[in-house]
Design a protein around this ligand. Structure first.
Ligand SMILES: [Ca+2]
Ligand SMILES: [Ca+2]
Length: 145
């Protein structure tokens, strides 16, 4: 297990772990209870978190080092549901993920959600399918004494 802990002055909320993905600090939690994309979003929000927005190969590589047993599909916070081909994060910010080969392919005109696919690529996938997912929240910085 290759855990990347952040500087000691920061910590994460309960059940969230402090990691670096592609050189940036994240507090993340892996949910193995599979849900459709919208329900996954709600589950993160119920923990005052959001789906993880990962867009680079380095981030995905670091993620798999942390969780080698990640499911073959895990939702992350990317979507082109509002406008086909225009990929945005949950905050509406335009993103340019490092897609896996021939992705995004919008298979059957019905793949509008982003995922980590087979532990090494970013794919678009059907938002109604039930998959595990990864939540993200900001670091909790303790109040100065
Ligand atoms: Ca699509
Ligand atoms: Ca696809």
């Amino acid at each position: 297990m290759n855990l990347h802990f952040a500087v000691p002055s920061t910590s994460c909320d309960f059940q969230y772990i402090n990691v670096t993905l592609g050189g940036t600090y994240f507090c993340i939690k892996y949910h193995t209870d599979a849900k459709p994309f919208n329900e996954a979003m709600k589950a993160c929000e119920s923990e005052k978190a959001k789906l993880l927005v990962a867009t680079t190969k380095n981030q995905i590589t670091d993620l798999i080092n942390i969780w080698p047993n990640l499911d073959s599909v895990a939702y992350i916070g990317l979507s082109d549901a509002d406008e086909e081909g225009r990929w945005v994060s949950w905050s509406g910010e335009l993103v340019h993920p490092t897609w896996g080969p021939e992705q995004p392919n919008d298979l059957n005109n019905n793949e509008d959600c982003g995922c980590v696919f087979q532990k090494n690529e970013i794919h678009d996938i059907n938002c109604n399918e039930l998959y595990s997912f990864i939540c993200h929240k900001n670091h909790f910085v303790p109040n100065p004494i």
